[in-house]
Design a binder for this molecule. Structure first.
Ligand code: PLP
Length: 389
């Protein structure tokens, strides 16, 4: 089987697994305990925090380990807006800016603040490839804006935003900006300093660490209200005994992915381009969704109008290729993707979408697959579905 759903999740890297084993066995201490076991666990946690901070271009004290991307995004959206609301001019910070193509963990957190706490929300428009115009952010910013939150790279279509331009506009108005870098990790530069952002979310299971690991880094000067209250771990920003093993695995996998990023991105983008060209050439109904240039190296998503996305997926799987109809989070739902609808694709065409997301190893000997052969298999699957219809 060829697994082409790496945006949903990735296997745990052996190095990450090996790095975490001691912290599940012999070095099992609680990092808050004041004895040798605790101190050794605390040292490992500090080390992991330092590695994550370096890659995210933040200070160690800015990093909060979380249970994954969803928690990191919830903490960023709720924690920053509520803290701003509590601290700024007697509650004047009541406005949030986002986009309609975000992951549910951002959209639903923003909607919670709107429904339950009366925040107002602006969704910036996106163009036909899913890009935000920085000029629209400039127009949307208000004195009462508490947060700008948006994805660095989209999980369904792979479109990359011009984060430095957007961040410069938010910062000029002194409004904190958070980016969801869950899909960008392992492919793009995550340095918050280079990007100019105030907060950044990552998830371990997208880069070879286990599910249940992740982090949010928030600049020290940005107030953050915790979601989890208790023993005051993570400098009071996320109570609960830390998973030292998880943090070590996250740091190990992220550091490896970051070190391999330049070579992997170039190789995988080359593979993807050959694959995309083959699919578009062989299937007249195929349309690539997302930006041609500003796109994650590992993402190729299409619509095959006149077919059923589900039927194409099943036919592909029969031929040994595993892909997805869009985001795994929306799986099981018959609704067309909110991302595809937002970029102007009609509902019935959106339901024919198939997303291929490559691993960083594709195109190497142990990630063996030939881009043209793969494109031909997709063409044959689509043709089989069309002729059965
Ligand atoms: C862009 C994006 N943000 C957030 C998440 C949520 O991350 P997690 O699965 O670690 O909760 C995902 C997961 O697919 C994602 O693609």
């Amino acid at each position: 089987m060829l697994y082409l759903d790496n945006a949903a999740t990735t296997p745990v890297r052996r190095e990450a697994l090996e790095a975490m084993i001691p912290y599940l066995t012999t070095e099992f201490g609680n990092p808050s305990s004041h004895h040798t076991f605790g101190e050794r666990a605390a040292a490992a946690l500090a080390d992991a925090r330092g590695t994550v901070a370096r890659i995210l271009g933040m200070r160690s004290s800015d990093v909060v380990f979380t249970s994954g991307g969803t928690e990191a995004n919830n903490l960023a959206v709720k924690g920053i807006t509520i803290a701003a609301h509590l601290s700024r001019h007697a509650g004047s910070a009541r406005h949030i800016i986002t986009t309609p193509i975000e992951h549910e963990s951002i959209l639903e957190s923003v909607d919670y603040l709107r429904r339950v706490h009366g925040f107002t929300v602006t969704e910036l428009p996106v163009d036909a490839v899913g890009r935000v115009d920085p000029g629209d952010l400039e127009t949307a910013l208000r004195d009462e804006t508490a947060l700008v939150t948006l994805g660095y790279a989209n999980n369904e279509i792979g479109t990359i935003q011009d984060v430095p331009a957007l961040a410069a506009i938010a910062r000029a108005r002194r409004v904190p900006i958070h980016v969801d870098a869950v899909q960008a990790a392992g492919w793009l530069d995550l340095s918050a300093t280079t990007l100019g952002v105030d907060a950044i979310s990552i998830a371990g299971h997208k880069v070879g660490a286990p599910p249940g690991t992740g982090a949010l880094a928030v600049r020290g000067r940005v107030p953050l209200e915790p979601l989890l209250h208790g023993g005051g771990q993570e400098r009071g920003r996320r109570s609960g005994t830390e998973s030292v093993a998880g943090a070590v695995a996250l740091a190990t996998a992220l550091a490896l992915a970051d070190a391999e990023r330049a070579e992997a991105s170039a190789r995988v983008a080359g593979f993807r381009d050959v694959f995309v060209a083959k699919v578009l050439d062989a299937i007249p109904a195929a349309r690539l969704t997302g930006d041609l240039v500003h796109r994650l190296p590992g993402t190729a998503s299409f619509t095959f109008a006149g077919t059923s996305g589900e039927a194409v997926l099943l036919e592909l799987e029969r031929r040994g290729i595993v892909s997805s109809s869009g985001s795994a989070c929306a799986a099981g739902s018959d609704e067309p993707s909110h991302v595809l609808l937002a970029i102007g694709i009609p509902g019935e065409v959106a339901q024919t979408s198939v997303r291929f997301t490559f691993s960083a190893r594709i195109g190497t000997t142990d990630g063996a697959a030939d881009a043209r052969t793969l494109g031909e298999a997709v063409a044959a699957s689509v043709a089989a579905v069309q002729s059965a219809a």
